[in-house]
Design a protein around this ligand. Structure first.
Ligand SMILES: O=c1ccn([C@@H]2O[C@H](COP(=O)(O)O)[C@@H](O)[C@H]2O)c(=O)[nH]1
Length: 481
């Protein structure tokens, strides 16, 4: 089971967003376990304490976070203690190893150790070495990373709030990390006592799970922290059980009441969302478009442009969609593939055909994702070599689903489909990301094709307008098309 499914399962089962940090640190050992003696007995005493913590919390938390540094500090005994700890955590509760690993030359071997040998579900990593460092952890599709975006220690401000508090480095880390992997594989670690900081991160990354740290300072307000950090569904924020609570002798009761307090705020957020009837850009997200986040991200990376654009037909449109850019942004590319895969799962076909050039990467991604063979009709046939019209192997009589990016007049998709049909293949369905509407689907139907679009141009413009990304004039320009 992958990390996020396991996490969501534990959240639902235990009705909890709480996680427990497992820190075998002698300095934190409750006094009733004293006096610790030599290193063997210290490790034994720490193990007793960890077992109590796990047994009293397993039905009330959604994850455990062992801190590698504390285990390492105990030497060989510590690594043995780590193995005992990992084995003691119930298999249906995810383990996030807090390693803050950041060395580029060791990340491949370290990823192998933690994910294959130790079998943890996720790991915390430092972002400073960039995606090269994180990538070795991401080749494990069922595992996840939490990228450290911000810490709460005062000295960190010099770097994390550089160059200005208005435009701080930690927000740049969030934006950059979002490009490294999908929300299912990459979350954010955020240490802060400030609801404002959490709210800023949540605004930039509405889709990410945030592993909150250091929220329990003197005078901090849990309700404000939750309101700032939870997503619109009342989740997406993992909350640490306060360290001092882990030493108490009525741990289970204390966690239960903390959980109730958190769930009250979560329920309020969910209730408010479902009763909110007015749309305020970026505030009320009830009835939000299922692809809201994807549409906004496509706009933000320049795939959706507004202005005057001349089309192949000679007509001028007030927009241009350039989906070719998605290949430079793996995280968005993943989301696009998810959207296509969701449509393709209900169709019957033997092969996937991409229309060159724009849709070849998408068709390739889908072929790999769905494990279905791919072919493509050439745009132009070469005068040398095999002179093939269709690249890839196929058998006449097979059914092919055509994958294209945008339907404007339908000409490109239909020309591609006709080449496939001339080679003896059957084409029933043409799946595109966006339909310009204006009757193009009917035109395709009249030619014997069913066109299925993930989005229409009106859904895109409506969403961008409601989110405040385009103004009234840009929005209204579409009435004239
Ligand atoms: O906004 C746009 C408009 C067009 N394209 C490119 O054109 C074809 C679709 O046009 P048809 O008239 O349906 O043939 C599409 O495959 C793109 O290559 C575009 O990218 N963005």
């Amino acid at each position: 089971m992958n990390f996020f499914d396991k996490l969501n399962g534990a959240i639902a089962r235990n009705q909890s967003l709480l996680f427990v940090g497992l820190d075998p640190n002698v300095e934190m050992l409750p006094s009733r376990y004293y006096p610790p003696g030599d290193i063997d007995s210290i490790t034994n005493i720490l193990w007793d304490w960890l077992q109590v913590i796990i047994s009293q919390t397993a039905d009330q938390v959604c994850a455990y976070k062992p801190t590698l540094g504390f285990y390492q500090a105990l030497g060989i005994h510590g690594l043995e203690l780590l193995q005992l700890t990992l084995a003691a955590i119930p298999a249906d509760i995810p383990i996030i190893l807090d390693a803050k690993h950041s060395d580029i030359n060791t990340s491949t071997i370290f990823a192998k150790t933690v994910f294959e040998q130790w079998q943890v579900d996720a790991i915390t990593v430092s972002p400073y070495a960039g995606q090269d460092h994180v990538a070795p952890f991401l080749v494990y599709p069922d595992k996840a990373v939490f990228v450290l975006c911000r810490t709460s220690n005062p000295a960190a401000i010099a770097l994390q709030e550089y160059p200005t508090t208005e435009s701080p480095l930690y927000l740049q880390v969030v934006k950059e990390a979002k490009n490294w992997a999908t929300p299912e594989q990459l979350g954010l670690e955020v240490g802060t006592t400030s609801p404002e900081v959490l709210a800023r991160i949540r605004e930039v990354a509405p889709e990410r799970v945030i592993l909150a740290r250091s929220i329990w300072s003197e005078g901090s307000n849990l309700s404000n922290i939750l309101t700032a950090g939870l997503n619109v569904n009342g989740d997406g924020l993992l909350i640490p059980v306060p360290q001092d609570m882990l030493g108490s002798d009525n741990l289970s009761e204390q966690i239960q009441s903390l959980n109730q307090e958190i769930n009250q705020t979560r329920n309020k957020i969910i209730e408010d969302a479902s009763t909110c009837s007015v749309w305020l850009p970026n505030v009320c997200l009830v009835n939000q478009h299922p692809y809201l986040d994807l549409i906004l991200q496509l706009y933000d990376i320049g795939c959706i442009m507004f202005g005057e654009f001349v089309q192949a037909s000679g007509a001028t449109f007030p927009y241009y969609i350039d989906l070719r850019k998605i290949i430079s942004n793996p995280q968005i590319f993943h989301q696009i593939l998810n959207a296509y895969a969701d449509v393709l799962k209900d169709l019957k076909f033997d092969r996937i055909a991409g229309i060159p050039y724009g849709s070849l990467p998408t068709a390739t991604g889908l072929s790999l994702r769905l494990n279905r063979p791919m072919i493509f009709p050439r745009k132009e046939v070469k005068a040398h070599g095999s002179r093939r019209v269709i690249e890839g192997n196929f058998e006449p009589g097979e059914t092919v689903v055509v994958v294209d990016d945008i339907l404007i007049s339908g000409k490109s998709a239909m020309e591609g489909a006709e080449k496939l049909k001339s080679a003896g293949l059957k084409v029933n369905d043409i799946v595109v990301f966006m339909d310009h509407e204006q009757g193009v689907k009917d035109r395709l139907r009249a030619n014997g094709y069913r066109a299925i679009a993930i989005l229409t141009i009106s859904e895109i413009t409506q969403t961008l307008y409601e989110a405040g990304r385009i103004n009234e004039e840009q929005y209204r320009a579409f009435d004239e098309v």
